[in-house]
Design a protein around this ligand. Structure first.
Ligand code: NAD
Ligand code: UDP
Length: 332
C-alpha cells in the first residue's frame, strides 16, 4: 500500500514515515521544507534502511501534486503539511489561512481526480476551544477557536466532513493531537525548530544545552494543583503509531471520524521541568513569568474512543519523553 505523506519532513511526519516504512508501506513524501530540512530523508533511511520517495513541492500547487499522483498509485494520504505556530498565526493570519486551507483543498481535489478516497488529517486539541472542560471527548462541540491557526483546523475538519458527506466511498480521519514531545530513540530525528522555540519542550532542551539562558514559566496562579498550566504530553513515536491505526481504520470504514491522540494524563509545567531534570540528571534555569495570552489552564484527552475503535493507546512515559527529547539535542 502506497501512502502520500504531506509534510513528511517535519517533526511528526518524519516519525510517522519511520513507522510506515517499518510496517512495509511504500511512502511518498511531499514537503516544501519551509519548516524542515532535506537531510531528514537520509536520517529516516539510516533508521529504517529504506528511504521515502521525496518531492520538494508546495502542497498548494495542484500541478505539482498531480505529477505525484500520475507517478504513483496513491492509496491513502496522511496530511501533516501546514503552518503551526499559534502566536505567529495571529500576526500573519492570511498566510496561515492561505497555506493551510489551500494545501488541503488542492490535495482533496487531486485525490478526487485520481480516485484516492482515504485521508488522515493532523488536527489538534485546539479545536475544542476555550469552552469545553477537560478531559475532552470527541463528541464535544468543535466550532470555536481562539487564533487563526486553530481556526484552520476547525475549518479543515469541516471541509473533510462535507467531502465525506458528498461521497459515500470517502473516508476521513481527524486526529486531534495533544502535546507531542520526545524524539525517535536513535536521536536522529526530533523537533528542531528554527529560532527561539515557542513550545515548552524545545525551550527546555535549549536551556539545558546552554543555548538559552532560562525558561520562563508562563504563570503560577492558574486554578491547578501547583498553579502552572496542565497539558497532555504524548511521545511522538506513540503519536506516529496512532496514524497507522487510523489508516487501518480508514481502510475498513467509510465516512468521517475524529479521534483524540493523547495519553489521558495531564502534567503541569513544573512537573514537566522536574521530570526532565530527573530523567537527564541536570538542572534547568527557570523563572516565573506572566501568563501567556490565550493559554488554557488545563487540557487533557479522554482516550477511550481511540482505545476502543483504533485499538491504540499511548505507551511511553513522561520520563521517556524527556530522555528522548534530550538525547536528540545532545546528538545533533
Ligand atoms: P512541522 O512544521 O515540523 O511539520 C510540518 C511540515 O509541513 C514541515 O516539514 C513543513 O516544511 C511542511 N509544510 C508546511 N506547509 C507546506 C506546504 N504548503 N507544502 C508542503 N509542505 C508544507 O510540524 P509538526 O509538529 O510535525 O506538525 C505536523 C502537523 O500536525 C501540522 O499540521 C500541525 O498543525 C499539526 N499539529 C502539530 C502539533 C504539535 O504540537 N507539533 C499539535 C497539533 C497539531
Ligand atoms: N510554557 C511555558 N514557557 C514556555 C513555553 C510554554 O511556561 O517558554 C507553557 C505554556 O504556558 C503552556 C505549556 O507550557 O501551559 C505548553 O505550551 P506549548 O506552547 O508547548 O503548548 P500549547 O500551549 O500548545 O499547549
Amino acid at each position: 500500500m502506497s501512502v502520500l505523506v504531506t509534510g513528511g519532513a517535519g517533526f511528526i511526519g518524519s516519525h510517522t514515515c519511520v513507522e510506515l516504512l517499518n510496517s512495509g508501506y511504500d511512502v511518498v513524501v511531499a514537503d516544501n521544507l519551509c519548516n524542515s530540512k532535506p537531510d531528514v530523508m537520509d536520517r529516516i533511511a539510516l533508521i529504517c534502511g529504506k528511504k521515502p520517495v521525496f518531492y520538494q513541492i508546495d502542497v498548494c500547487d495542484c500541478e505539482a501534486l498531480r505529477c505525484i499522483f500520475q507517478q504513483h498509485q496513491i492509496d491513502a494520504v496522511i496530511h501533516f503539511a501546514g503552518l503551526k505556530a499559534v502566536g505567529e498565526s495571529c500576526g500573519i493570519p492570511l498566510r496561515y489561512y492561505r497555506n493551510n486551507l489551500d494545501s488541503t483543498l488542492s490535495l482533496l481535489e487531486c485525490m478526487q481526480e485520481f480516485g484516492c478516497k482515504k485521508i488522515v488529517f493532523s488536527s489538534s486539541a485546539t479545536v475544542y476551544g476555550p469552552s469545553n472542560p477537560s478531559p475532552y471527548t470527541e463528541d464535544m462541540p468543535v466550532n470555536t477557536a481562539t487564533n487563526p491557526y486553530g481556526w484552520t483546523k476547525v475549518f479543515i475538519e469541516q471541509i473533510l466532513r462535507d467531502t465525506a458527506a458528498a461521497d459515500a466511498d470517502f473516508s476521513a480521519i481527524n486526529l486531534r493531537y495533544f502535546n507531542p514531545i520526545g524524539a525517535h530513540e536513535s536521536g536522529l530525528i526530533g523537533d528542531d525548530p528554527d529560532g527561539i522555540p515557542n513550545n515548552l519542550m524545545p525551550y527546555i532542551v535549549r536551556v539545558a544545552a546552554g543555548q538559552l539562558e532560562k525558561l520562563t514559566i508562563f504563570g503560577d496562579d492558574y486554578p491547578t494543583a501547583d498553579g502552572s498550566c496542565v497539558r497532555d504530553y504524548i511521545h511522538v513515536v506513540d503519536l506516529a503509531k496512532g496514524h497507522l491505526k487510523a489508516l487501518e481504520y480508514a481502510n475498513m470504514n467509510r465516512g468521517v471520524e475524529a479521534f483524540n491522540l493523547g495519553t489521558g494524563n495531564g502534567s503541569s509545567v513544573f512537573e514537566l521541568v522536574e521530570a526532565f531534570e530527573n530523567a537527564n540528571n541536570l538542572t534547568v534555569n527557570r523563572v516565573i513569568g506572566a501568563r501567556r495570552d490565550g493559554d488554557l489552564p488545563a487540557v487533557w484527552a479522554d482516550t477511550q474512543k481511540a482505545k476502543e475503535k483504533l485499538n491504540w493507546s499511548a505507551e511511553k512515559t513522561v520520563q521517556e519523553m524527556c530522555a528522548d527529547s534530550w538525547n536528540f539535542v545532545k546528538k545533533k
